[in-house]
Design a protein around this ligand. Structure first.
Ligand SMILES: *[C@@H]1O[C@H](CO)[C@@H](O)[C@H](O)[C@H]1NC(C)=O
Ligand SMILES: *[C@@H]1O[C@H](CO)[C@@H](O)[C@H](O)[C@H]1NC(C)=O
Ligand SMILES: *[C@@H]1O[C@H](CO)[C@@H](O)[C@H](O)[C@H]1NC(C)=O
Ligand SMILES: *[C@@H]1O[C@H](CO)[C@@H](O)[C@H](O)[C@H]1NC(C)=O
Ligand SMILES: *[C@@H]1O[C@H](CO)[C@@H](O)[C@H](O)[C@H]1NC(C)=O
Ligand SMILES: *[C@@H]1O[C@H](CO)[C@@H](O)[C@H](O)[C@H]1NC(C)=O
Length: 482
């Protein structure tokens, strides 16, 4: 709401500025206005003649005081994609195409451009000096990307590499013709560029938890979404990419952001589009708030509003969950999300499930906070928050792979919507680290097709009830699990 209001105020200011110009350049402006009017009339006429997804029913965007969001008639197709670590087996029919396959498809589709927002690059075995055969997928992706870099516009926005081993892939791509900009987040916000998404030909997108790391394709459990043939949404994700691209050059954050970065699509006025022929409301959120141009929903507001909107359940699968600013000194408590979960569990009797990851690098401080959440459970009082820990087992060979064998998912599914993000859930990721998320709302749909929400819920149910997850109780000892 605040942002919508701010945008209205800014629009008003811009209008006043325009009035001043009218006095100076009245003829030019009047000529321009005439052209714009003719265009608008043609567009309106075209709209009347062209069937639109939204024409059957007025969407939420028709509410009077907010800027009008448009609808989109692209034939968008959405596919959930996953990396399932080598050796993991589920007793379930819920499977999705691999992220590896999705990236190969996207590269095969690319005709003119490929923009990638990324945290770090280690697509080959070199970084760990291992000889893992399962690095093959990552190495294939790197090889294909290098080939594409010579043929079309490949742009990469990346967090400032911390180790020299993270520079090899970037050097190869740069030498092959890719344009690379390093975003110095440490200087800009004291955070990192943690976002992971692709925009292909300004038409197809990928967003999800996987880093540009070979382990993300075969040794780490990941979840993302690919949307094909969807230029409306790709244009909006493109604006988030352009913001990183801009920061890679300017090394300072504009305030306010120029109007070219602003969006009409947010939690209050989502983009209306067909996903697999199903009427859908979709928007992209972004963090940190200082990277949000006018109209953009900050990622935290997105998370909180999705929780607020739930009527019966909220299922969350994230690697890390902490009601703190994990990386700040001195220590700071940060309970925005934690409070919201307890509030909806109490006030609205929402069933809350958290599936959190547990591995060798899990910080012990996560457990007292998770136990505290899990203690909000009492059937008689209709309180129902439950926590389970997901462990990806490793054989002796897999144990030798550093930073692998973990559930790295970052999503939430409620009885209403699907939220697919790129952030760990602690304060830093919403306050000073760059991340983004896709929110898909198909509650208005009358379609019999599966929804993204139902597919994502099936993934959660599969993992929650699998042999790899264990309930966290007040007596659970970290050492027994991870
Ligand atoms: C898989 O699930 C089915 C049905 O729930 C069950 O009958 C079967 O024993 C399970 N198999 C394994 C290997 O867990
Ligand atoms: C890419 O290569 C050019 C020289 O061709 C060099 O000036 C530039 O610093 C390189 N960029 C990166 C990110 O390595
Ligand atoms: C995208 O649209 C093109 C042209 O309409 C079609 O050939 C292609 O199969 C579509 N791609 C997907 C993944 O749906
Ligand atoms: C989903 O859409 C419905 C109906 O259009 C709306 O009332 C609801 O607030 C939306 N939910 C979210 C989380 O955006
Ligand atoms: C998520 O949190 C872990 C632990 O703090 C950190 O190592 C990782 O870089 C974070 N982000 C990723 C890669 O998702
Ligand atoms: C959308 O269609 C694609 C391709 O047919 C399919 O793989 C995917 O599961 C569908 N997604 C949903 C949410 O129905």
């Amino acid at each position: 709401m605040d942002i919508a209001y701010k945008q209205l105020v800014e629009d008003e200011e811009r209008r006043r500025e325009d009035n001043r110009k009218v006095q100076l350049y009245s003829r030019t402006v009047i000529a321009l206005i005439t052209v714009v009017t003719v265009l608008l009339v043609s567009v309106a006429f075209y709209n009347l003649l062209t069937p639109r997804v939204s024409s059957s029913q007025p969407g939420p965007s028709s509410s009077f005081s907010l800027p009008q969001a448009e609808s989109c008639s692209d034939p968008c197709t959405i596919v959930l994609v996953e990396s399932i670590p080598e050796g993991l087996e589920f007793n379930s029919s819920t499977t999705h195409p691999s992220i590896f396959q999705a990236w190969l498809n996207l590269m095969a589709e690319a005709r003119s451009s490929l923009d990638i927002a990324s945290f770090y690059w280690t697509l080959t075995n070199k970084d760990t000096e291992t000889h893992e055969p399962t690095a093959y997928q990552g190495e294939t992706v790197l090889k294909e990307l290098a080939e594409l870099s010579g043929k079309l516009s490949v742009r990469i926005a990346v967090n400032k590499p911390q180790m020299s081993s993270q520079k090899n892939d970037l050097k190869l791509l740069n030498d092959s013709g890719a344009d690379i900009r390093v975003v110095n987040m440490k200087e800009l916000t004291s955070g990192v560029l943690h976002t992971k998404f692709w925009v292909v030909d300004k038409k197809h997108i990928y967003i999800g938890s996987a880093n540009m790391d070979w382990r993300s394709l075969t040794q780490v459990k990941e979840l993302g979404a690919v949307i094909y043939n969807c230029s409306c949404l790709a244009a909006d994700l493109g604006k988030i990419f352009e913001a990183y691209w801009f920061l890679g050059e300017s090394q300072s954050i504009p305030s306010p952001w120029p109007a070219t970065f602003s969006t009409l699509y947010n939690k209050d006025t989502p983009l209306q589009l067909p996903l697999n022929n199903t009427r859908s409301n979709v928007y992209l959120s972004s963090s940190p708030p200082s990277f949000c141009a006018a109209g953009r929903t900050p990622d935290l507001q997105s998370v909180l509003s999705v929780m607020d909107d739930a009527e019966s359940f909220i299922y969350i699968a994230v690697m890390n969950y902490l009601p703190t600013m994990e990386f700040s000194h001195p220590k700071r408590y940060w309970a925005d999300i934690d409070t919201q979960l307890r509030r909806v569990a109490y006030e609205k009797r929402i069933k809350v499930r958290l599936l959190i990851s547990c591995w060798a690098s899990t910080q012990p401080v996560m457990f007292p906070f998770l136990k505290s959440l899990a203690s909000v459970y009492d059937p008689e009082s209709k309180l129902d928050i439950q926590v389970r820990l997901f462990v990806v087992p490793a054989n002796p060979r897999q144990k030798k792979i550093p930073y692998a064998r973990v559930n790295h998912n970052k999503y939430m599914v409620t009885d209403k919507v699907a939220y697919i993000g790129t952030s760990n859930w602690s304060g830093d990721y919403f306050v000073n680290t760059a991340g983004s998320a896709l929110v898909v709302n198909q509650t208005d749909s009358q379609s019999l097709e599966p929804t993204v929400q139902s597919q994502l819920k099936a993934v959660f149910d599969r993992d929650w009830s699998s042999a790899y997850s264990t309930p966290l109780t007040q007596h659970s000892d970290l050492k027994d699990f991870c």
